[in-house]
Ligand binder design. Structure first.
Ligand SMILES: [Zn+2]
Length: 463
């Protein structure tokens, strides 16, 4: 058959579509099933291989197409669409797994967070009012009941539940589990999901391990003040409304509303003392003195705090990155003074995806985890990175919230657990090398928190 000639690209596409339609009408049920499966597989592969940026672009494109379509809806189409959407949503919610639900809640929380971060004063006031009204309407009159019941519990009447000894090994990842947790097929899911999950081992510094194991002469002081040590060495702050319940119950760390984490600029604002990452550009001894001057850190040992800060200055990629930012700034100031020019715009981006190609930046200075770059026109191209400016920018909040989906979050907030600034969970991780299955946040932390023979700072460092 001779290739046919077409007068336009549209004509060629129309002919191809027609041929495809004819072929589909003739295919058997099996062929159809096979074709659908092939298509689904190709689509899945394509989605798995896309970068975070490509995914964001695709979502934007979808949203745009959808917008255009619904803008042109007739009233009837509109009503039908709403009904279809509601139905589809109900079906999807009904069929989601616990993990998917958890991921969805996280996503929603994130969207909500960024919306309220960007709201105007008017929107803010309107929201508070709406919330207050909703709260009044739905408040249950029996809210106090649980607390009262707990206080009056007769422990003798509680039926004891015994889940056996913790000596059941997972045949795949060697985790230790309680006999009562063992599923009928004897394969454990809470640790490695029956061998589906395999995460790289952490290269934890020996000195910290010795400290946490209780064998160093400073161990006792560290363990008694570990929260203070950690937060005084952290690069980002943690904030939450802590609302201890009234009465004489057991110790309870109750948080009202959400936990949030924030970073600031390289330099403190005006007369404020340097905090968090800002301390890492000072001389270590001076930084230690500043850390100890905060009342919450009075239990910390000066010598130990100094040692820990020095350790982090040498092995922690964030510590090194902040120093790098300071060095770039110093050079730029020198250059600007010599040439009589203005200081260029200098920004550090803590990379979200550490495989990012740094050559795409303009005049970059790069470490493993961050890129400092200077130019006249502002921001680096990766909107999802955490951006560190030298000083607060006009009309922008002084502290910036870090997304809970950012893989650097844990290491920025818990330097004693992630002393080398190891990346933590994020949306695009896979269950093990070579796997195409996404790793859920629940699976990630369950794997890390499982008890195995190897030293685990997350388990040893808890206090
Ligand atoms: Zn396991």
């Amino acid at each position: 058959m001779r290739p046919k000639k077409y007068n336009s690209e549209e004509e060629r596409k129309a002919a191809a579509a027609e041929r495809r339609q004819n072929a589909r009408q003739q295919e058997t049920a099996d062929q159809r099933a096979e074709r659908l499966q092939r298509d689904a597989e190709a689509k899945r592969l394509h989605l798995d291989s896309e970068t975070a940026e490509q995914r964001a672009v695709r979502h934007l494109r979808y949203a745009e197409t959808y917008r255009i379509r619904i803008d042109n809806d007739t009233a009837e189409q509109h009503a039908a669409r709403l009904q279809r959407d509601a139905e589809a949503k109900r079906l999807k919610l009904d069929s989601e797994t616990a993990d998917q639900r958890a991921a969805r809640h996280l996503r929603n929380a994130e969207t909500y967070r960024s919306r309220i971060d960007n709201e105007t004063a008017e929107q803010h006031a309107a929201r508070l009012q709406r919330d207050a009204e909703a709260h009044r309407r739905f408040r249950r009159p029996t809210m106090q009941t649980n607390a009262i019941d707990l206080a009056n519990i007769d422990e003798k009447k509680i039926i004891e539940f015994y889940c056996g000894q913790m000596n059941e090994r997972c045949e795949f990842c060697n985790s230790l589990n309680f006999m009562g947790e063992r599923p009928p097929d004897k394969k454990f899911t809470a640790c490695c999901h029956k061998d589906k999950i395999d995460l790289p081992e952490q290269d934890y510094p020996e000195y910290l391990e010795t400290l946490m194991n209780g064998v160093d002469h400073n161990s006792k002081n560290l363990m008694e003040n570990i929260r203070s040590y950690n937060s005084s060495l952290a690069f980002a702050s943690m904030g939450a409304n802590i609302a201890t319940p009234p009465g004489y119950g057991p110790y309870c760390f109750r948080i009202h509303d959400q936990i949030y984490h924030r970073t600031g600029t390289l330099h403190p604002v005006e007369e404020q003392p340097p905090k968090f990452a800002q301390l890492y550009i000072l001389d270590t001894a001076e930084a230690t003195r500043k850390r100890l001057s905060i009342p919450e850190n009075h239990g910390c040992d000066e010598n130990l705090l100094n040692k820990l800060a020095e350790l982090l200055a040498n092995i922690n990629n964030f510590a090194m990155s902040y120093k790098m930012l300071r060095d770039v700034e110093k050079e730029a100031i020198q250059e600007a003074n010599n040439n009589g020019t203005e200081l260029p715009n200098i920004v550090m981006a803590i990379k979200n995806d550490r495989t990012q190609d740094v050559r795409r930046y303009n005049k970059p200075t790069a470490s493993e985890v961050a890129v400092v770059f200077q130019n006249d026109d502002g921001e680096p191209p990766f909107i999802r990175d955490i951006l560190i400016h030298l000083k607060p920018i006009e009309n922008q909040p002084m502290l910036k919230r870090i997304s809970i989906l950012d893989p650097n979050l844990d290491a920025l907030v818990y330097p004693l657990f992630y002393p080398r600034a190891e990346q933590g969970w994020t949306t695009y991780l896979k269950q093990k090398p070579g796997s195409s299955q996404r790793l859920s946040q629940m699976q990630y932390y369950s794997y890390l928190l499982s008890v195995r023979d190897k030293f685990n700072p997350l388990l040893n460092g808890e206090n």
